[in-house]
Ligand binder design. Structure first.
Ligand code: KIV
Ligand code: ZN
Length: 519
């Protein structure tokens, strides 16, 4: 009998090199002050990234300051700064890294024919010499030097191999092969990494790194393929920010390795439960919203509205979710109740709110729910409670008719509403424009005075099916309220959105009064 016990081989460890503060930050609309970078760097360290690239010291005073601030505070994470292959850049990097416990200098030089000829005006030999000299020069200051062959994926393979060999011989410990312009494909990059690691002298003693841009939407797929080819560091940015279409999105590559760990046989050190908070922090810092349908961190990533999907989810969450929202930091999956939702989801939500209904009662409530969905895009818990407590006629103010004219120097709007008791209310108001006049008339008719925080209109659908959608948000008594309305007419959609918010607010007020009376 064979008694030797064999433990299963461990999955390969893939280092996460975060370049949110360098490649991400240098892209339009994403710039950050040194203080903001420090806040973000703290969050990245908590997230568990292996290295943070804080900036490009030779390029700006702000980047030098950020490197210093972060370097004085973060002791456990490797902190990296970018440098061209020039002694003056390297010296600027060394000064910026002064006091950093785990410093890394990241040198780069273009290697592709297009860049050599038109950008650098350097021969192959000059590129090779510059790489060898500058890597060695940087190694004179720090033990950890990374070299990037910019535009590697459009470089002649034999020349790329020579450059990599020169960088390794001069002391680089990490070799990064960037797909600078997002041009490669998964098969191509996988093969390149395999061949370079197998054939370049010294390649097995260093870490190969991948850095993919998203110009064709392939950055994550290409990074994963590079990992399959042997890369053990992936360069990425939170929310995928970065030059042009961005970098490989950190949250996507990390979750792909986690969810498909067995397939890739690789893992990272990221605390995935911090992903959403980190994404939202970045979005607030740079003022760039995350698109709703963005994988992992978009508001819709774990939201289900379609009846068939909600039904499946209620039976077994695995039917429509491949990871748990809690594992990336969302509180839970979201069953959005709206026009596409079915009875099962409405019943389940009502049950969670404490209402156990007979079939016939559910029929009635479901019909009222569907009617409500014609007026508002999303039905909240408070709306369901109103349906249950007070019946369909007390849903709030409803728009019966409206006219808006903008002929004179002041616009004029008249609205006819039915109030929560079914009584008709008419009001007219003037304003600086049609929407201003309309909102004035609605405020007069309902007695609710809203101060708008934001008001957006856009069209949904195409051609004859196109509808206007209006979204409003207001702040009232230190709470935020949002509302939306859709209609073929954008002014009517705005009125519906305004009433959506006002009714929500009135219901909230009424519930608070009832609770106070009951207490
Ligand atoms: O995309 C790129 O090539 C880069 C290098 C500087 C690493 O960002
Ligand atoms: Zn880049």
């Amino acid at each position: 009998m064979n008694t030797t016990s064999q433990s299963a081989p461990k999955p390969a460890y893939v280092r996460i090199f975060d370049t949110t503060l360098r490649d991400g930050e240098q892209s339009p609309g994403c710039s950050m002050t040194p203080q903001q970078k420090l806040v973000m760097a703290r969050a990245l360290a908590e997230l568990g990234v292996d290295a943070i690239e804080t900036g490009f010291p030779a390029s700006s005073q702000s980047d030098r300051e950020a490197a210093g601030l972060i370097g004085r505070e973060l002791r456990d994470t490797s902190l990296c700064v970018l440098s061209r292959c020039r002694p003056a850049d390297i010296e600027a990097s060394v000064r910026a890294l002064d006091g950093t416990v785990r410093p890394r200098i990241h040198l780069f030089l273009s290697t592709s024919p297009l860049h050599r000829e038109h950008k650098l005006r350097m021969s192959k030999q000059q590129v090779l010499d510059a790489v060898a000299e500058n890597v060695a020069f940087a190694r004179g200051f720090v033990g950890d030097v990374e070299f990037s062959a910019e535009d590697a994926l459009r470089t002649e393979e034999d020349f790329l191999a020579e450059v990599i060999a020169a960088a390794i011989a001069a002391g680089a410990g990490t070799i990064n092969l960037p797909d600078t312009v997002g041009y490669t494909t998964p098969n191509e990059i996988r093969g390149l990494f395999q061949r370079m690691i197998a054939n370049v002298p010294g390649a097995r003693d260093v870490v190969f790194s991948t850095h993919c841009h998203n110009d064709l939407g392939l950055a994550v797929a290409n990074s994963l393929a590079a990992i399959e080819g042997g890369a053990r560091q992936v360069e990425c940015a939170v929310n995928g920010i970065g030059e042009r279409a961005g970098n490989c999105a950190l949250e996507e590559v990390v979750m792909a390795l986690k969810v498909r760990g067995a397939y890739f046989d690789a893992d990272t050190g990221i605390d995935t439960r911090r992903i959403v908070a980190t994404s939202q922090l970045l979005s607030r810092l740079v003022g760039m919203p995350v698109q709703r349908n963005k994988a992992i961190v978009g508001a819709n990533a774990f939201a289900h509205e379609a009846g068939i999907h909600q039904h499946g989810m209620l039976r077994h969450r695995g039917t429509y979710e491949i990871m748990r929202p809690e594992d990336v930091g969302w509180p839970s999956s979201q069953m959005v109740l709206g026009r596409h939702s079915g009875r099962a989801a409405v019943e389940q939500r009502l049950r969670a709110l404490g209402y156990l209904l007979e079939e016939s009662e559910l029929d009635l409530v479901f019909a009222e729910f569907k009617a409500l969905c014609e007026k508002q895009r999303v039905v909240e818990d408070a709306d369901l409670q109103t349906l249950m407590q007070e019946g369909a006629e007390t849903l709030g103010y409803r728009l019966a008719s409206m006219t808006v004219s903008d002929a004179g120097h002041r616009a004029r709007a008249t609205v006819e509403l039915s109030d929560p008791d079914g009584q008709r209310v008419f009001e007219t108001a003037e304003g600086d424009g049609p929407v201003d006049a309309l909102f004035g008339a609605l405020a007069a008719a309902t007695g609710v005075d809203l101060t708008l925080e934001s008001y957006q209109v856009h069209s949904v659908g195409l051609g004859a099916d196109a509808r206007g959608e209006a979204n409003l948000s207001v702040r009232f008594e230190e709470k935020d309220y949002e509302g939306s309305g859709t209609s073929p007419d954008i002014i009517e959609a705005s009125a519906l959105a305004w009433l959506d918010v006002a009714n929500r607010l009135l219901r909230q007020r009424r519930t608070a009064q009832q609770e106070m009376a009951a207490a």
